[in-house]
Structure formats: C-alpha cells, structure tokens
Write a protein that binds this ligand. Structure first.
Ligand code: GLP
Length: 252
C-alpha cells in the first residue's frame, strides 16, 4: 500500500499497488465489520471492481475465517427486465461471484428483481432502508461518475427509482453482453439516500478510465449532480481505494 491519508475533502484515500491488493484491503474492512456484528448488513455492488473483494470474502469463508450465517446483504441496482437466472443480471452476477460460495441464508439477501413491477420493488427497497442501516457499502464508479445507477443529471434522486441509462454507461457495460443492443436501457437503482444510509462507504476505482471521475471527485469540495459520486462528500465515513495506475493519472 502506497499511501493512506485524509484528503482535504474529508474523504480517506488509500492507494493500493494494484486491484488485487485493493481487494484484500477492502476485504479486511468488511471482515472487521462482520466480526463486530454477526448480522451486519453489507451493501454490495456489481461490475468488475468489487470482484477482488468477493474473491477474498469467499476465500475467508473457505478458510473458516468468516461466518456469513447471520450476515445480511443489500445490492444497489438491477437492470429492468432481467430475471435472476439471466446470465447478464446483477442477481446472477452476485450468485456466481459471492452468494453460492459462502454460507449466507437466501432470506438474508436483498436484491432488486428486474422482472417485477418496479413500483413494488421501489417500495420494498425504501421501506427496508428506512428500517435498516447498512453497516458498510462497497461502491464501484462509472466512468461518468455514477454510483449504483445514479447517472449524471440536473438533480440528485433520494429514493430508489427507475432510471434511463446514460449512453456512455450502456457503452461501458456492453462488454458484459454479446452485443450492445442487448444492454437494457433502463434499470432500478437505490437512490443517494439509500447509499448515504451506510455507516461506512468504500468507493473503489481502478485504472485510467476512472481517473477523470476520481480527479473531479477529489479536486474540490463541491457536491453537484453532474458528478453523482460527489454526494459522498456529505457522508461522514468515506474511503476511496484506488490503484497506483489511477493515482499516477491524477497527478499522484
Ligand atoms: C455498473 C454498476 C455500478 C458499477 C459500474 C462500474 O454500471 N451499476 O454500480 O460501479 O458498473 O463497473 P466496473 O466496476 O465494471 O467498472
């Protein structure tokens, strides 16, 4: 690890050597939370960024270091129209990357269903979030600065909502699909209140493609909806974990 400091924005910054080390560092944070609270509520994300965390958590379980029997999870978002068995759904991604590899109880997993009426899912999510505080939330970062699927816009949306995906998000996520035409145009996402509901937030971003968004996040104290991740400056415990490659792109 190269550096840990408190950035002037109030955000803690960790520069890991690479995404493998970053996954290990973030896993230690999650382990500490689970050690202190057996029924911790973990806020989870999809995309390639959290894969290292999930790999380390699964290994921790295999070695008998982490017990997930009481742990609860809540995911950020899901594509509209995709069911959990669809290989491109975030539910399927979570099953493959983490849930099938640990001893979590199915009833403790909170996922948005892409095939149910979004209004029902939105209500179910917001009622749950009103009654439950997330202990630790992992976030990836869109190249355009999105978190979950809170896309750049004219205002922040507090609650869970259905969103029209930005063209650059569709392009960036097309790599997971056989053709860009298969990428759903809409998704349901936790809003910024749901994300800020977490006691502790870890935003991870690796590689030069994310450098612009991270640079904008750390360059000043402004919170503005054209850069959705800037809302994190309103949270009290945020750690940004980046790799050296990204750090060198932002002048580190
Ligand atoms: C999707 C998810 C985001 C995630 C982003 C980045 O758009 N909705 O939560 O942060 O992808 O993905 P990756 O980590 O693959 O760059």
């Amino acid at each position: 690890m190269l550096k840990t400091d408190i950035h002037f924005t109030g955000i803690k910054l960790i520069v890991a050597d690479d995404c493998d080390e970053a996954g290990h560092i973030i896993c230690e944070m999650f382990k500490e939370v689970i050690k202190n609270r057996r029924n911790a509520l973990l806020g989870l994300a999809t995309g390639s960024t959290p894969c290292g965390l999930y790999q380390n958590l699964a290994e921790g379980y295999a070695k008998g270091e982490i017990d997930f029997s009481e742990v609860r999870t809540i995911n950020l978002d899901e594509y509209s129209g995709l069911c959990r068995t669809d290989k491109n759904s975030f539910g399927h991604f979570m099953d493959e990357q983490l849930f099938s590899r640990i001893n979590i109880r199915p009833e403790n997993i909170m996922l948005i269903s892409g095939e149910k009426d979004p209004r029902t899912e939105i209500e179910r999510y917001d009622s749950f979030l009103a009654e439950n505080r997330t202990d630790i939330q992992i976030l990836g970062l869109g190249e355009n600065g999105h978190i979950g699927f809170n896309e750049p816009g004219d205002y922040f949306i507090a609650g869970t909502h259905e969103v029209e995906l930005a063209d650059d998000t569709i392009r960036a996520n097309a790599r997971f699909f056989s053709d860009i035409s298969e990428v759903p145009r809409r998704a349901v996402t936790m809003g910024v209140n749901g994300i800020l509901n977490a006691e502790r937030i870890v935003l991870a971003a690796y590689g030069k493609k994310k450098a612009d968004a991270v640079k904008r996040l750390l360059s000043d104290n402004r919170i503005y909806p054209e850069l959705p991740c800037s809302i994190l400056k309103a949270a009290h415990d945020v750690t940004v974990v980046i790799d050296r490659e990204l750090y060198s792109c932002i002048g580190g």
